[in-house]
Design a protein around this ligand. Structure first.
Ligand code: HEM
Length: 611
């Protein structure tokens, strides 16, 4: 008479068989109807356009041909080996239909079981001392989270306030004072445990056996971010990471600095012309938009070398995808629903096809242009193709065309969005802390003069590194990371059940008084003077690039790029915050300023204008 747990529910095979047999004999929907949209060949029949076709499920479910002599009898045992083996034809049970328009409610019965399970888990976590908002049928905590996010989007923070949690993580802002630091909440019927202890975060992110995996994303998010190294798990991840890693080695990145500088200088030419044409040589520029364009150009150049303009076209379409994805992040995912051709889905499919086709063209021409030494070029694409071609067969097969396409999408999304936001928030902080802007400019002029910085000069910019790390702490582009337990796991004093999600809210850990001290919400780059691990009271309290085996593969690229852009901007312009700015950071899959970042730029000297 105990409360059933997940394993017990899964063992209720007889109940399942009886339900399926009831659905066969008394199917709630007795007939399906379709109309042909053009002339169609169907088996031996030619069906003209606009013909209605009916599929009488009730008749098929009683056909002796498919169900045998006892077709009209109640015999649940026929489902003992599953639906596809119950009749003589694997598709003879049509109670939920089949194909892309399969009944999206077929999981409803399952949902009821999951709801029971959710309530049991809630009690079991309660006994472990973990509390949270109570579970709501079907949506879990998602409706409350959506409401909190919508309210948060209306808040405008004081410009001097760096505590962005009420805006970007409003759920934890509300729940933590009520339930404590470790919280249980629900993505639909899935439990999520929020972990803010850096020791536990390290245990999760550094698990060597892959027991905390990247959760499966919705098809829309996969289309946006690419199903590349950042999303795959297990041996597939090992194979991809091995191929991708060498492209980001320090010596390869050194070569890319020149391309980064060229793109930056070309953007600044435009700023200079606009400023010169303006009264008092001051020009207001929406700098987030500028940095988005710049980092897109940089990744297109560094990824595709001379084919960059084709790459830019592909990435423009990928950028458009983001509008469709950020909005759907907190939607309840209903299996099968991604086949429904809603207007936004159709647009998403079109854009995805455009991105893939353009990338395929670039890759094909690169593969065809290979010289006898198998040199495919020193850009990211060339380095990845070469690493894939040279990989040992023991390490797994070479990357296929589609896999390379997905990796390119991953670089673009992971590399451009995060980097532009790092630059944006760094400029925001420097425009408020003019003393730091002056100190950084002095450092840049000392180490690089007015020349184009190279990687050695950039390596000597110690203050710039500290400022960038402090910007990453206060305004981390990735606000929260998720993992899924692939088996029941012990985590500190907690038991995390298989399939549960764990969330690690970086933006919260990065401003914990316990680890960062009383001035945790203040801009104080000096805390990084002895390196990252000594900046806080806990060596793993800084998580902007993640930690463990899945740490950001592009972190050296990102830091080099940010330093190069910052140095070249500071050589040439002063930056101050426009009075029109509204302080409203928002998490659109990366941390953006909701109303942009208007900055007044002023060329520094006539010498600087001769760039
Ligand atoms: C300021 C810039 C950046 C930040 C803050 C950042 C942050 C992160 C974080 C937090 C992760 C770990 C996610 C997790 O464990 O769930 C990650 C992974 C990743 N990042 Fe970055 N990133 C940045 C720039 C880049 C760039 C420039 C690239 C490539 C051009 C890149 C490519 C990747 C990839 C491929 C992964 C997945 C690694 C794996 O799963 O093995 N990132 N990044």
């Amino acid at each position: 008479m105990g409360i059933p747990d997940a394993d017990m529910l899964a063992k209720l095979k007889l109940v399942n068989m009886v339900l399926l047999e009831a659905l066969r004999l008394y199917c709630p929907v007795i007939m399906l109807v379709r109309k042909t949209s053009e002339d169609m060949k169907l088996g031996n029949l030619l069906i003209p356009k606009e013909t209605c076709i009916t599929i009488p499920i009730i008749k098929i479910h009683r056909s002796k041909e498919y169900w045998g002599e006892d077709a009209n009898e109640f015999n649940p045992i026929r489902f003992a080996n599953g639906v596809s083996k119950a009749g003589k034809h694997p598709n003879a049970l049509l109670a939920f239909s089949i194909g892309p328009r399969v009944c999206i409610g077929q999981n409803f019965a399952m949902l009821e079981a999951k709801t029971v399970l959710a309530l049991i888990l809630q009690r079991s976590f309660g006994k472990q001392g973990v509390k949270g908002p109570s579970y709501s049928f079907f949506s879990g905590s998602l409706n409350e989270m959506k409401r909190l996010k919508m309210d948060a989007a209306q808040i405008v923070l004081d410009t001097t306030s760096n505590d962005i949690t009420p805006r970007v993580l409003p759920q934890y802002h509300k729940w933590c004072p009520r339930y404590g630091e470790t919280i249980l909440y629900w993505f639909g019927t899935r439990p999520v445990v929020c972990i803010t202890d850096p020791d536990l975060a390290k245990q999760i992110l550094s698990n060597k056996f892959g027991f905390y995996v990247k959760p499966k994303c919705s098809p829309a998010i996969q289309a946006l971010t690419g199903n590349g190294v950042a999303l795959v798990n297990g041996l597939e991840w090992v194979r991809r990471r091995r191929i991708v890693n060498p492209a980001f080695s320090v010596d390869k990145l050194k070569v890319m600095v020149k391309r980064m500088a060229t793109c930056t200088i070309s953007m600044l030419e435009e700023w200079k012309n606009e400023a010169n044409a303006a009264v008092g040589q001051c020009r207001k520029i929406e700098i987030n938009g500028e940095f988005r364009k710049l980092t897109a150009a940089i990744i297109a150049h560094t990824a595709f070398g001379s084919s960059y303009s084709q790459g830019e076209e592909a990435f423009e379409a990928q950028n458009e995808l983001q509008h469709y994805c950020a909005a759907s992040f907190l939607d309840i995912f209903i299996p099968g629903s991604h086949y429904l051709p809603t207007p936004s889905k159709v647009q998403l499919w079109k854009l995805d096809r455009r991105v893939k086709n353009s990338l395929r063209d670039i890759i094909k021409s690169r593969l065809n242009s290979c010289n006898p030494d198998c040199n495919y070029g020193d850009d990211l694409l060339g380095l990845i193709i070469a690493a894939s071609e040279n990989s040992d067969s023991k390490e797994g097969p070479k990357l296929s065309m589609d896999e390379i396409v997905e990796e390119c999408k991953t670089f673009f999304f992971a590399g451009h969005e995060t980097s532009s936001n790092l630059l944006t928030w760094t400029v925001f902080l420097l425009s408020i802390h003019q003393d730091w802007q002056t100190r950084l400019r002095e450092e840049v002029l000392k180490e690089c003069g007015m020349g184009v910085p190279d990687s050695d000069m950039l390596a000597r910019l110690r203050l710039a590194t500290m400022v960038l790390l402090e910007a990453l702490r206060l305004y981390c582009p990735v606000v929260e990371m998720f993992r899924e337990a692939s088996k029941d796991m012990k985590l500190g004093n907690l038991t995390i059940p298989k399939d549960a999600l764990v969330s690690i809210p970086l933006a919260k850990i990065h401003r914990s008084k316990e680890y960062w001290g009383e001035d945790c919400n203040e801009f104080n780059p000096i805390r990084f003077k002895n390196g990252i691990s000594k900046a806080a009271k806990h060596p793993n309290a800084f998580l902007a690039f993640g930690i463990g085996p899945r740490t950001c593969v592009g972190q050296n690229f990102a830091m080099l790029e940010a330093k190069a852009v910052l140095a070249i901007v500071l050589q040439r312009f002063t930056l101050s915050l426009s009075s029109e700015y509204k302080h409203a950071p928002v998490d659109n899959l990366a941390l953006q300023p909701q109303y942009g970042l208007p900055i007044v730029v002023k060329p520094l000297s006539t010498q600087a204008q001769n760039i």
